[in-house]
Write a protein that binds this ligand. Sequence first.
Ligand SMILES: *[C@@H]1O[C@H](CO)[C@@H](O)[C@H](O)[C@H]1NC(C)=O
Length: 522
Amino acid sequence: MHTFKSLALGLLSAAVASASDVESLTGTTFPDFVKENPLVLAECSGHCKALAPEYEEAATTLKEKNIKLAKVDCTEEAALCQEYGVEGYPTLKVFRGSESITPYAGARKAPAIVSYMTKQSLPAVSVLTKDTIEDFKTADKVVLVAYFAADDKSSNETFTAAAEKLRDNYLFGASSDADLAKAEGVAFPSVVLYKSFDEGKNVFDGPLDAEAIEKFANVKSIPLIGEVGPETYAGYMATGIPLAYIFAETPEERESLAKDLKEIAQKHQGVISFATIDAKAFGAHAGNLNLKADLWPAFAIQDTVKNLKFPYDQEAKITADLIGKFVDDFVAGNVEPSIKSEPIPETQEGPVQIVVAKNYDDIVLDDAKDVLIEFYAPWCGHCKALAPKYDILAGLYVDQKFGDKVTIAKVDATLNDVPDEIQGFPTIKLYKAGDKANPVTYSGSRSIEDLIKFVEENGEHKVSVTYEEETAEAQKPIVESMAKQAEAATEAAKSVAEEATEAVKEKVAEATEAAEDIHDEL
Ligand SMILES: *[C@@H]1O[C@H](CO)[C@@H](O)[C@H](O)[C@H]1NC(C)=O
C-alpha cells in the first residue's frame, strides 16, 4: 500500500497570523501543492469565524503526524476557487492529487478533522492476520473482508479500488491466509461482509469486480427492514434499487407493521429495500412521494434511480396481502408512477417559459432548441434574487429574434415532478438542441453576462445576444410589464382555488425542506 503523505488545505478568506500552522496558498502555488501532497483537504469559506480556530488547532495537531493544513483566500483567488466549484460556503473537499476530489464528510471541529484526515491517510484496505481478523469483523456496523491468494494481483487491485471509493462508508480488510478463508468457509477469491444485524454476514464469491462489490456492499449493508432517517437516507439512495417506505407515527406501530411485512421484504430482498420511517418527525417527506402528509400509516415505493414515486392508496388498509400484491405488481411493472404537476399554463405570458411536469417534454426536450431551464423553489432566496435578471435574460432572446433557437424556462420543482436530480435551488441546466440526453449544469455566477456566455458556449446554435446595462434599462419597462401581465394572469387563474393551493404549496415546501434537511444532516 502506498502511505499517503497527508495534508489538509484550507481556503479561508480571513487573514491568519503568519505564525499559523495552516499553509497559505495562491493560484500559482496550489497545483504543485496538490501534486506533491496526495491527500489534501480544501476548506473554502468566505465567512467562517467558527471554523478558523478549529482549523488552526487541527493544523497544529496534524503537523506532528506530518499532515499539513493550508488555506487559500477565496476573495483574492476567485478563479482558483471557482475552478474547484467553490460557491456555497463553507465547502470542504478532500483532494487526492488533482484526480480524485471528494467532499469532506466529517464534523467541523478540530478533533473530528484530525480523526477524519488521519483515517484518510491510512491505507484503504487493512491487511489482516489471524490475530487481528476477529476484532476487525466487529470494528464497525458493516465491514468487508476480501480473501484472495497472495499472488492474485488482479483481485487485490480490484478490491483496493472498490475500497478507495467507499472508504468513507465501510471498513475494508483483506487477507491471503488460506486457513482464514477455510475457517470462513469461502474459497479464493471471495469477499465477506460482516454486519451487526439480520443474518450477520453475506458472501460474495467468484471473480472480483469493483462495480459488483460496490453494489453488493450497498445492498447487503441495508437491514431487511431498516429505518429511514438522516443517517441512513443517503445509504438507501446509493443502493440503486427501489426503496419501500412504511410511514407510521409510533415506534410500536412501526414495529408491528415491519413484522407484518417482513415476509414481503424477504421475498424481494436485493430487489427492493424496505424501511420504516417516523411519520411524526419526517412526515413531510411523504409529500415528496406524492402521499398526503397527514394520513397514517402510509406506504410508498420510490424508484431511487429515476426518482419515480409509487404511492400506495392511502385510503386502503396496509395488510400483508394487499401490500404483497402491490409490491408484486410494482416488480412486474404494472404500477404507474404518480406524476405531480401544476396545470399547463393556458398561455405563456412572459419571456420566461413556464414549465410544469405535464409540458416538460414538449418544452425542455424540444429537439430544435437550446433550452436553459431554472429549477426553483418558492421559498428559495437566491431564486428570488435571480428572478428579475432571469426575466431580462429571457427578454433578450425574444427581442433579438432568437426565440426559435433558444428557450429560457423555469419550473417550480416543489410542485412538479421532474426527471432531473436537483441538488439545491436554484439549479440551472442547458438542454442542447439535438442532444437532450446530456444536459450541462450551470455553475458560474448568476449574472446575465455569464448566463449569455454559457448559452452561447454550450448551446447547439451558438446564439449570442447583446446585453448592455442601458439596453436592459430601456427594456426594463417591457420586461416588467410582461412579468406583471404574467403575474396577473396567474393570479386570476389562481384565485379560484387560492386557499387550497396555498395550503398544498406550504405542505410541499415543508416536505421539500424536510427532505433537504435529511440531505443536509448527512
Ligand atoms: C495487496 O497488495 C499490496 C500491495 O502490493 C500488499 O501490500 C498487500 O499485502 C496485498 N494484500 C494482501 C491481502 O495480500
